[in-house]
Design a protein around this ligand. Structure first.
Ligand code: ADP
Ligand code: MG
Ligand code: MG
Length: 878
């Protein structure tokens, strides 16, 4: 019989799969002896079964009942008991944090009787009891019963008028409860469920169901969180921050999640319950303010923060509540942080002796490094600052202002850059946040919804710009000094400083890019942190890093960024521009002589190209791929030609070209006359390229060419081409490896044979993916990928991240059988995947020698290759 429920005393932080992040960490804190209200966790396994079967799995109800009884015994109160009720919260909590995406219901157990019992417990504090009760109906109504939350909000607003919620007295709140109950009756046709156990049971199911709420699905897709994990549910005794001014609730970070600076960061709200802090109901005070309100709790909080940092050896974020002077911990986790903070914190923790350099490298990611390479605003450019908010998520974003998520999506779809401006965001704004270049809010702190979600997405965000007045309905906001900005006006927001500018501010390269460019010694502490971690990653990694580069400029950048060679130098562009003329001659040639003439004309041009690249690479290996695409790609467009050939001025050549284009036309050019096939069909083409490479290598001392044959499927193809290449190399006296791409499934499956004729393999995983799945990259991504992602057929496009199960299997087979046939076979990858973090880890695991990616991705690849090696040897730190 499966065990579905774990008491907080039973779990620990390593059980996130089962207990979710929240539950695992509540258990961890409980076992550390920290003040956590008691409770228990229903596993994500129960949720998965519930979602699959459409009903609560057998045995769960009894198990929950048993744990509830134990909780009641421990607390000395029974759930919802009239005279002296125990109240609980029912909280979602999945393996990966999904802030605000799923549901939580507080104050479960209240009804018309127990509300009096709660007042009695609180020493006759009626106001508090009725406030808790109205919160329950409001939250339960919205999340469990599916009632539009605005109905409750509006009733509350009407009652409040210009006052704050804390100004409402007991009588008014009691009246509000009646109004709320009326809303429930009207909207559902039923009374608000008074039975506490029924409340709890319904809430648990609502939390299960919230796993598949549209916003949760969207968030998971954005964050690449698997769709089938399910969420755990935590049930815990309530503690109350809404007793009065001696109580309150807050959130805190052990370090600044924006910059990584050590200190006290957080927000606190007196006389409030959890949700209020992040929802921006009232303005919070900075955490330091707690010191003067409740010194004892403040000191205790700082002490616990230190305990947590030392225990988790990382930045933690914390949710806490103070109930009449007693501090309770309600949540902690290793906190999300900006990319810059991640690099700073990792090195700080090393300097504090909490972690090793090896571990530090595993604490930062290639995606974070990529973010640091984003451009920022040009500090020298003139700009008109209109306000300043909080620097919630770094970066520089410029775009047209929009005031709703719908409009953001609409304009972004039309290719516009937009900045989403809201008073505060809520989970329904997610699609707009994804569509926008940046997010700007006038309320809420660094822990507000906007800030947390934007940081998670790496999206620029300025929040809590209180000088702005946002008039959503009128689609405009005002800033001090009589500035009015309407929908469609352009603003620039700086998520690193919090500044907001009117109009477009030009952007410049990041300091980290300048560092990689070798501009100077690392000056600021962020660049120093990057430098230290990159050096260590380079020492640790086993994979070599090469670049995909076709020009001397790209080759030079690749070198500066730490590339150790070129893994893919395409030769196609060497047939473009004014050289098209020569390709046309080649195609139109009817005699061997004419063809050779065209090839002879191309050879010196290609040779010059290669010289430039060899020089830029300065002795590092350069893998040159012989011409790959079908010839008609170099010829004029068939429509243009048809029109031209039909006119009076048409030349004989035009007509012959048209005939040639028609002759070369293919139904499926991707699967047509290209790559090695072209080399075998057009005599002299590959020979010309090999000769150009050899001649160029001769002129550049130290040049290390490697000749790569594309699209090979059978060893016989390779043998035919190879023989000629080897002969030409011998004639010129140049040494070069001759190898092949593995990009056709048949090549992968016969790799043992192919290795007999190849000194290296380079996996062309774009074509390999295309051919393994049987779909054309150019057509399918827009046609049906989003449907496939919705259906969970793949979690991420197989062109973005290597499909390990299918395409990866082909890579594995080819690597193993190739090496078995030729132990010194050199193995690399040159598809887009060479710069994708997950795929790089795969390449490390399979034992490739190098990955090759675009020059700008090289730092990311270096870091991820280092991480792959370190995670490999120390699986504990993943
Ligand atoms: P989320 O995952 O969206 O942060 P939580 O489950 O953390 O949702 O709950 C939201 C808020 O409710 C938290 O800020 C927390 O402080 C408060 N809360 C949850 N459980 C309790 C409880 N037992 N007592 C008091 N406050 C609670
Ligand atoms: Mg929370
Ligand atoms: Mg290819």
């Amino acid at each position: 019989m499966a065990k579905y429920v774990y008491d907080f005393t039973e779990g620990d932080r390593n059980q996130k799969d089962l207990l979710g992040g929240k539950g695992a960490n509540l258990a961890e804190m409980t076992n550390l002896g920290l003040p956590v209200p008691p409770g228990f966790t229903i596993t994500s396994e129960a949720c998965r079964r519930y979602l699959a079967e459409g009903s609560v799995p057998e045995g769960l109800d009894q198990e929950v009942a048993g744990h509830l009884e134990a909780l009641e015994a421990q607390m000395g109160r029974k759930l919802g008991q009239a005279g002296d009720p125990l109240l609980v919260s029912v909280r979602s909590g999945a393996k990966f944090s999904m802030p605000g995406m799923m549901e939580t219901v507080l104050n479960i157990g209240l009804n018309d009787e127990s509300v009096h019992g709660l007042a009695k417990q609180a020493g006759g504090n009626d106001r508090f009891a009725w406030d808790s009760y109205r919160r329950l109906i409001q939250m339960f109504g919205k999340t469990v019963l599916g009632i539009d939350g605005d109905l409750f909000e509006r009733a509350l607003d009407t009652l409040k008028g210009r006052r704050q919620d804390t100004d409402l007295d007991a009588g008014e709140l009691q009246g509000l409860v009646e109004t709320y109950k009326g809303i429930v009756r009207e909207q559902t046709g039923k009374d608000f469920p008074a039975d506490p156990r029924e409340q709890m049971r319904l809430a648990v199911m609502a939390v299960f169901d919230s796993w598949n709420a549209p916003r949760a699905i969207l968030y998971r897709r954005q964050e690449r969180i698997p769709a089938d994990l399910g969420t755990a549910v935590n049930i815990m005794a309530m503690v109350f921050g809404n007793y009065g001014n001696d109580s309150g609730t807050g959130v805190a970070f052990t370090r600044d999640p924006g910059s990584g600076q050590q200190g006290i960061y957080g927000d606190y709200l007196q006389n409030a319950q959890g949700e209020d802090v992040v929802a921006g109901i009232r303005n919070t005070i900075p955490l330091e303010g707690l010191e003067s309100i409740d010194r004892h709790s403040y000191d205790e909080l700082l002490r616990i923060m230190e305990v947590l940092e030392n225990h988790y050896r990382d930045l933690c974020d914390i949710e806490f509540t103070i109930e009449r002077g007693k501090l309770w911990m309600l949540q902690t986790r290793v906190g999300k942080r900006t990319a810059a903070a991640a690099f700073r914190i990792a090195t700080q923790l090393v300097d504090q002796g909490l972690i090793t350099m090896d571990e530090a490298v595993t604490r930062v990611t290639g995606d974070q490094l990529a973010q640091l390479m984003f451009p920022r605003f040009d500090s020298g450019a003139p700009k008109k600052k209109i306000a300043k908010g909080m620097n919630a998520s770094p970066g520089a974003a410029v775009g047209k202002v929009v005031f709703s998520s719908e409009r953001a999506v609409e304009l972004a779809d039309q290719g516009e850059d937009v900045i989403l401006v809201r008073r505060e965001t809520n989970p329904d704004d997610l699609s707009g946040m994804i569509a926008a270049k940046g997010v700007l809010t006038s309320r809420g702190g660094k822990t507000s919804h906007a800030a947390v979600v934007a940081r998670g997405m790496g999206k620029t965000c300025v929040c809590g710009a209180e000088e702005l007045e946002v008039h959503t309905a009128e689609r405009r906001f005002t800033a001090p000094g009589g500035v009015t900005v309407s929908e469609g006006d352009v603003v620039s927001i700086d998520g690193t400083t919090g500044e907001i500018y009117l109009g477009e501010v030009p952007v410049v390269d990041s300091a980290v890019v300048e560092y990689f460019e070798g501009a100077a010694e690392p000056r600021d502490d962020l660049v120093r942190a990057v430098d230290r971690l990159m050096r260590h990653a380079d020492e640790a990694r086993r994979l070599g890093i090469r670049a995909n580069a076709d020009t001397p400029e790209d080759a030079a950048r690749a070198r500066r960024f730490g590339g150790e060679g070129i893994g893919l130098c395409r030769t196609e562009h060497m047939f473009l521009g004014e050289r098209r003329q020569l390709v046309e001659d080649l195609v139109l040639a009817t005699t061997d002589e004419a063809r050779q003439q065209a090839l002879d004309a191309l050879e010196p041009l290609q040779k010059a190209d290669f010289i430039g690249i060899f020089q830029a690479m300065d002795g590092a290996p350069v893998t040159i791929r012989l011409i790959d695409p079908p010839l008609h790609e170099f010829l004029p467009d068939i429509v243009d030609l048809s029109i031209k050939a039909a006119t009076d001025t048409a030349t004989d050549k035009d007509r012959r070209l048209l005939a040639a284009v028609k002759r070369l036309h293919e139904q499926n050019p991707m699967l047509g006359l290209r790559g090695v096939r072209l080399g075998l069909v057009i005599p002299g083409l590959f020979a010309m390229q090999v000769r150009a490479i050899a001649q160029a290598a001769k002129e550049v001392p130290g040049a290390k060419p490697e000749i790569m044959i594309p699209l090979v499927a059978a060893v016989q193809e390779l043998e035919a081409v190879r023989e000629e290449a080897v002969r030409i190399l011998a004639e010129t006296g140049v040494e070069a490896l001759v190898g092949t791409m593995i990009e056709v499934p048949r090549a992968a499956l016969t790799a043992g044979r192919i290795a007999e004729a190849a000194e290296f393999f380079s996996f062309g995983t774009n074509d390999l993916t295309q051919m393994a799945w049987g779909f054309s990259r150019d057509d399918v991504e827009s046609a049906f990928f989003s449907r496939y992602l919705d259906l969970g057929i793949f979690g991420v496009s197989p062109f973005e991240s290597l499909d390990e199960e299918g395409v990866g299997r082909l890579v594995r087979i080819a690597a193993e059988e190739g090496r078995a046939a030729r132990p010194d076979l050199h193995l690399g990858i040159c598809g887009e995947h060479g710069g994708d973090p997950a795929s790089i880890h795969f390449c490390h695991d399979v034992g490739l020698d190098y990955v090759s990616c675009s020059p700008f991705r090289i730092p990311v690849a270096r870091l991820e290759a280092g991480r792959a090696a370190l995670i490999d040897t120390d699986s504990d730190t993943r």
